[in-house]
Design a protein around this ligand. Structure first.
Ligand code: HXC
Length: 522
């Protein structure tokens, strides 16, 4: 056997110790709970399981409450850099086996340093959360640590992609680091997120609720919209991270990677010529349009179970990464409400931050009416869509496939908010409001003067048809240049590919008044 000097032996032993985290028993408990350990997760994340760990020998400095005896290398979090699909990425994985992955002063300092590393080279941050929250024994030092993590999340926002994966508990203030990041992936059954847990909820308001009911993955992905994706297990969560990264640039100064999937850019899709039902009150599935137009099998939906009346997601068009925003007539006929407004506005802002062109498919009768929506501030929320589209400087392509009425027409990628290229299908209906409502208002007197119900109905029918022919056809909007082209639906892909390739090099030359920052209506 080769001679190994004692310093090297000591290093090897220390590394072994560090890798044990909270010890074998705790690792077994982690596995028994259906969870992987921090290092196993990072191995799945990085190419060939290879990564470079830093701050492996960091330890906490607390001494009270028996903390001197509870000190391990790494302090309950593993930080590393490495490659994912050949590109630099920072990985942060909390180690639940040591003190429940709780966040103390030094644990937080490691996370802050990792985000600083990512920012300095322009690499995405992947934060694998599994933690009991602020380390109680470290008091305000722990809170200071959290504050500094939040600060770094804010500094990194819009500069590098930040993806949080929730793979265990995430409670109290701990939820705010993921909430400040761009995307949250939650693992079904083993993860939950909430501000106050079931015990506090019971004590404060007497409500009986389980952790899962309060903040499980499915709830956060469908009801609150806090989570963007749900994974079956740790492995699938990491796969979602990789897929997500494949659509994104590493930072705001880069373009997203182009991946040619071999789909003919000029492919026609005859089925689209018949997708819009004859009856304007009938819905259809907008996914069929999106999937028919973008590169085959590349549509990757975000927040698919939340605010289903809107669809947002990534796709490729002629290999280029794009963002897709669309109305979904299967829910509320595609009308916009508070949640769908938030969903769209947030996504548009993300895409604009990271140089992703925005392709919008419009079929929107308007905003959802009623006291429920008004009293909860649909005005404030709907305004976010307008703000986000107007502010976005990336190429913006819009396809009006059917209804585009009123404020919703303006908000959803209209020419008037700076869309670069707007096309309409011949089935498009563009106007201040739907024909029936419009006719009832502008011809109210004529209609009221008729006493006979049947006669009135007939007149209304005639007026509606007149209104449709004169005002709502795409040719009316096209005659003003608000619509750049009226196209056959089957040719949408070809037109969009050409438009994208043309506008890809767009530079926004609109005048921007000097300011610190605008105030998106929150
Ligand atoms: C110190 C903690 C801890 C914490 C867990 N542990 N959370 N230690 N500070 N916050 C320790 C436990 O004492 C235990 O130590 C080990 O981690 C594993 O925890 P268990 O309870 O045995 O595991 P489990 O049954 O899976 O339950 C996990 C848990 C529970 C649900 C997370 O531990 C828990 O409720 N912890 C407290 C959660 C909490 O209230 N955190 C503060 C939130 S407020 P041993 O010695 O047994 O191995 C907050 C404010 C942040 O975070 C503010 C930021 C602005």
């Amino acid at each position: 056997m080769d001679f190994v000097r004692k310093e090297i032996e000591e290093l090897r032993k220390n590394i072994e110790k560090a890798k044990l985290g909270g010890g074998i028993e705790a690792i077994n408990r982690q596995h028994a709970a259906g969870k992987l350990t921090a290092r196993e997760r990072l191995e799945l994340l990085f190419d060939n399981g290879v990564y470079t760990e830093f701050d492996m020998f960091v330890t906490h400095r607390a001494t009270e409450f028996g903390m001197s005896e509870r000190r391990v290398f790494g302090d309950g979090v593993v930080t590393a850099f490495g490659r994912v699909s050949g590109r630099n990425v920072i990985g942060i994985a909390q180690d639940f086996t040591f003190m429940g992955g709780s966040v103390g002063e030094m644990h937080a300092a490691k996370i802050v340093k990792a985000i600083q590393f990512a920012l300095s080279v322009g690499a995405p941050v992947i934060f694998l959360n599994d933690s009991g929250g602020a380390r109680i024994q470290e008091g305000v030092d722990s809170l200071k640590g959290y504050g500094e993590i939040f600060y770094m999340n804010v500094m990194a926002s819009g500069s590098i992609p930040q993806i949080a994966v929730i793979m265990g508990p995430c409670a109290g203030g701990a939820v705010y680091s993921p909430a400040l990041m761009d995307f949250i992936i939650m693992v079904s059954k083993t993860s939950y997120m909430f501000i106050t847990g079931p015990r506090v909820v019971k004590a404060a308001i007497g409500e009986d609720v389980t952790e899962y009911e309060l903040g499980g993955a499915e709830i956060q992905a469908s009801r609150s919209g806090v989570a963007h994706f749900v994974a079956r297990d740790d492995k699938e969560a990491i796969e979602i991270v990789k897929k997500l990264l494949s659509y994104l640039p590493s930072n705001s100064l880069e373009l997203p990677p182009r991946i040619d999937v071999g789909d003919d850019p000029h492919r026609t899709e005859p089925a689209l010529n018949n997708i819009i039902p004859e009856d304007p009150a009938k819905p259809y599935d907008m996914h069929e349009i999106i999937n028919g137009v973008v590169d085959r099998n590349t549509f990757f939906e975000v927040q698919k179970d939340f605010a289903k009346n809107a669809i947002v997601g990534f796709a490729r068009l002629d290999g280029h990464s794009i963002c897709v925003v669309a109305n979904q007539p299967l829910y509320y006929m595609g009308s916009l409400d508070i949640d769908s407004s938030d969903k769209i506005a947030r996504f548009v802002r993300f895409c604009d931050s990271f140089n992703l062109p925005i392709v919008t498919f419009v079929d929107v009768p308007g905003f959802v009416p009623g006291t429920y929506q008004e009293h909860r501030g649909i005005i404030r929320h709907g305004a976010k869509i307008i703000y986000a589209y107007a502010e976005a400087t990336v190429p913006k392509l819009t396809i009006i496939v059917r209804k585009a009425y009123g404020g919703a027409y303006i908000a959803l990628g209209s020419k008037h908010l700076g869309a670069d290229f707007v096309v309409a299908w011949p089935t498009a209906e563009i106007a201040v409001m739907g024909p029936e409502a419009a006719a009832e208002i502008i011809w109210r007197r004529e209609l009221q003067s008729l006493k006979d119900e049947k006669e009135r109905e007939e007149l209304l029918k005639k007026l509606v048809s007149e209104y449709k022919q004169k005002l709502t056809t795409p040719y009316y909007a096209a005659s003003r240049g608000y619509v750049d082209a009226v196209i056959e639906p089957s040719e949408t892909r070809k037109v969009l590919v050409e438009a994208l390739n043309f506008f890809l090099t767009k530079r926004d030359i609109r005048m921007r008044p000097p300011k610190k920052h605008g105030l998106i209506p929150l």
